[in-house]
Design a protein around this ligand. Structure first.
Ligand code: KG4
Ligand code: ZN
Length: 363
């Protein structure tokens, strides 16, 4: 039985200024989860501008923390530890959070805990669904795509991931090519509803390779060519063309993720986990076709399936507070020398990935 203790979490690694309060215990509880987005600040630039993001975090972070404490009905004195994203991410934003957390820790004497942002995502299914270690996780967002075996609060094995674009990024680019709105994922999914997924022949890169790596950038180029062929032939795109292109694109991404998930599940099951479970998180997991395909792979393999609620699988500070709470419980705290890291692979043993850093995309 763990005595309940309470963590403040701070997240500022991309374009969400976030603070949260989580009570750790037998059944962890999110007491407050404040996320202040910056979409409007970056909209005109077609992507996150790191300098603008950092400045906005510096301006908003203390308000986010105040709102989280007020929402949870606790004072800073009642907090048992201060967890902060220390990387990977856009360095100016990460620094804003780390500096605030250090200031709060120094002023209150509370423990400071630096958290890997990706560990926050990877541990969320335990916070929301109580999954037991080790579980398999697919993190699939606008900036990341990787299969991880989550073994403990600090041990992660990366089975594979994208070698170029993340699927969310590919959806966003596809939407741009088709004249659909941003963010592209929901727009392409909507357009695909009326489309024929078999009309446009798009590639399924890397499916011939027996590993869990994926590639999505060639798909986008193939979509561009298919679109241009249709435009050349008819002078423009009809609504049906956009629907068919969207459906064909979505079907390709779905198949790639499904086939690679099957392989990742098989690798994970080789370890004979006691309570096998597969969790998906990230904005792309909101896609119904993709979610259904992943759920079907889990069902076929006899593995439990979990998909945390969207507001806890997109960027937030509750996941940072929870991951920080697990570290605190294990005696893993930091001191005021904690530094902000632009890159910080979860699995130090895995080969470095192309595109594993941040380019202004979310993770
Ligand atoms: O996890 P998220 O909110 O932000 C991070 O990347 O951290 O994911 C955003 C990404 C965007 O690229 C968006 O287009 C994609 O998730 N997305 C979707 C859907 N909803 C959001 N992709 C496909 N289908 C969707 N329904
Ligand atoms: Zn993230």
């Amino acid at each position: 039985m763990i005595a309940p203790f309470t963590l403040l979490g701070i997240e500022s690694s991309c374009d969400d200024t976030a603070a949260a309060v989580v009570r750790m215990g037998e059944a962890p509880e999110v007491l407050a989860n404040v996320v202040m987005g910056q979409e409007a600040l970056h909209a005109a630039f077609g992507g996150v501008v790191p300098e603008i993001a950092a400045r906005a975090h510096a301006e908003k972070l203390d308000f986010a923390v105040e709102a989280a404490l007020a929402g949870a009905g606790v004072t800073l004195a009642e907090i048992d530890g201060i967890a902060v994203t220390a990387g990977p991410g856009l360095i100016g934003g990460v620094l804003s959070g780390v500096m605030l957390a250090k200031g709060l820790a120094a002023a209150t004497g509370k423990p400071l805990i630096g958290v890997n942002h990706l560990a926050g995502h990877a541990l969320t299914p335990q916070l929301t669904d109580g999954l037991a270690f080790p579980y398999l996780m697919l993190l699939v967002s606008g900036g990341h795509c990787q299969f991880l075996i989550v073994r403990s609060a600090t041990e992660f094995t990366r089975l594979g991931g994208t070698i170029d674009d993340a699927p969310g990024e590919a959806f966003d680019k596809a939407a741009r090519l088709l004249g659909l709105a941003q963010p592209g994922g929901p727009a392409v999914e909507k357009a695909a509803e009326a489309g024929d997924p078999a009309r446009i022949d798009l590639p399924r890169p890397l499916l011939d390779r027996p590993d869990c790596d994926m590639s999505f950038s060639g798909l986008k180029t193939a979509l561009l060519r298919a679109r241009d062929r249709l435009v050349d032939a008819a002078g423009g795109l009809t609504e049906a063309d956009v629907a068919d292109l969207s459906a064909s694109f979505q079907a390709a991404v779905t198949e790639i993720l499904g086939v690679k998930a099957r392989r990742a599940i098989a690798l994970y099951l080789e370890e004979a986990p006691e309570a096998p479970a597969f969790a998906v998180a990230g904005g792309v997991a909101a896609n119904r076709a993709i979610r259904a395909a992943l759920e079907e792979e889990a069902r076929a393999a006899g593995v439990a399936f979990a998909a945390p609620p969207l507001k806890l699988c997109t960027d937030n500070a509750a996941m940072i507070a929870y991951a920080g709470g697990l570290r605190l419980a294990a005696g893993l705290t930091d001191d005021l020398t904690l530094s902000a890291r632009p890159r910080w692979p979860l699995d130090a043993g895995a080969a470095p990935m192309i595109g594993s850093g941040k380019k202004g995309a979310k993770a």
